[in-house]
Design a binder for this molecule. Structure first.
Ligand code: NI
Length: 182
């Protein structure tokens, strides 16, 4: 396992549409292990492969629940369907440190795909987990949560996003910072 560098807003790989994974092999499992390790270092709740510079369709999530358990799993080639309801809550992104805004997402959806061993995943997810799954699947399509904000909100964030694209990561941002970014 190894830590990988998290790509920051402005890196073109974050705008790439990731390619479907063809083989459930050791290189995939190494990538998944590295995603888990890198996500944990930043206390993230999700991390998509593009965020470490690999434009392939896989992400990991680690979503805590109130009872102390976690939903921690990898999804390969995710397909989201049967979206129902709406939720609005604040989101952050490990690729956009310092930026957090309320985003509207589906409340419930059906998640299909595979784990890193090729076993099928087919489950209904809701709430915070559904939010994380939507955020990470967006990453694989080259979509960032700021794309989903109103034009006015986007305009307000323009200066901060431009600064990130110039390589000006906010002072004090470092691995291990508490938070729930994705
Ligand atoms: Ni993100």
């Amino acid at each position: 396992m190894a830590l990988r560098n998290v790509r920051i807003y402005g890196d073109p790989v974050l705008r790439e549409k990731a390619k479907p994974i063809q083989a459930f092999d050791d290189s995939l499992r190494t990538l998944v292990a590295d995603l888990y390790e890198t996500m944990a270092l930043y206390n993230g709740v999700g991390l998509a492969a593009n965020q470490v510079g690999v434009a392939q369709r896989v992400f990991v999530v680690d979503v805590p629940h109130e009872d102390g358990t976690h939903d921690r799993f990898a999804v390969v080639n995710p397909v989201l369907t049967e979206r129902k309801g709406k939720q609005k809550d604040e989101e952050g992104c490990l690729s956009m440190p310092g930026i957090a805004e309320e985003v509207e997402r589906a409340l419930v959806l059906r998640l299909r795909g595979f784990d890193e061993h090729g076993q099928p995943i087919d489950r209904i997810v809701e709430g915070f987990l559904a939010r994380a799954v939507q955020h990470e699947t967006d990453h694989l399509d080259g979509v960032l949560f700021t794309d989903r904000l109103s034009p006015l909100k986007k305009q307000f964030l323009r200066r901060d996003l431009d600064a990130l694209a110039r390589g000006e990561v906010p002072h004090g941002y470092h691995p291990g910072e508490p938070g729930r970014s994705e």
